[in-house]
Design a protein around this ligand. Structure first.
Ligand SMILES: Cc1cc2nc3c(=O)[nH]c(=O)nc-3n(C[C@H](O)[C@H](O)[C@H](O)COP(=O)(O)O)c2cc1C
Length: 169
């Protein structure tokens, strides 16, 4: 599969089979996150692998998000903002940028392995903090269910290139 085919094939999977994810496949996906670049190579992240059914459900207590904890694995990407690079000019902290890159590495590695994912940021950080026993300096940034898809790919609706790209003369 070419890279463009891979990113075209990826879609947000919102229905999962309960079939477990083999440990070696999970390890390969996490390795893709580990290899992600980060500003000044600070790697200000930690990834939580949640397979315990009660813990998965505790992360997403509302019925409308039960499809997330139905996946055999929930991955949670957390940052250490205090360890991340800050731009000298304006102090902008790049922890979220770093986390997003690592998370998308993970998502695309999962796609290549035939697994479904869905970026999730609509969660209660206080609940995540409590369930994962996060230290105060760690921030939950994003999560994804991980598992075999029972969903159907939908057509991608994206703005045309002409609307999102500016070529400077
Ligand atoms: C930062 C981010 C946060 C997202 N949060 C959620 C979420 O909380 N719940 C959800 O169902 N989808 C979430 N999504 C998925 C988007 O809705 C989805 O990527 C977008 O509609 C495009 O569809 P596609 O992923 O199938 O191409 C999120 C995506 C991103 C990139």
């Amino acid at each position: 599969m070419s890279f463009l085919e891979l990113v075209t094939n990826r879609y947000s999977v919102r229905k999962y089979d309960c079939r477990p994810v083999p440990a070696e496949v999970l390890a390969r996906i996490l390795e893709a996150a580990r290899l992600a670049p980060s500003a000044c190579n600070t790697q200000p992240w930690r990834f939580f692998v949640v397979t315990n059914a009660a813990a998965r459900a505790a992360l997403f207590p509302h019925e409308r998000q039960a499809w997330i904890s139905a996946a055999p694995v929930v991955l949670v990407a957390c940052s250490y903002p205090a360890h991340a690079w800050k731009r000298a000019y304006d102090g902008k902290n790049h922890a979220d940028v770093d986390l997003a890159i690592a998370m998308e590495h993970l998502v695309l590695a999962a796609t290549e392995a035939g697994l479904g994912t869905c970026w999730i940021c609509a969660f209660d950080p206080a609940v995540f903090r409590q369930v994962l026993t996060l230290p105060p300096d760690m921030e939950p940034v994003a999560a994804t269910p991980l598992g075999y898809s029972l969903d159907t790919p939908r057509p991608k609706h994206r703005k045309p290139l002409a609307e999102i790209v500016t070529y400077l003369p």
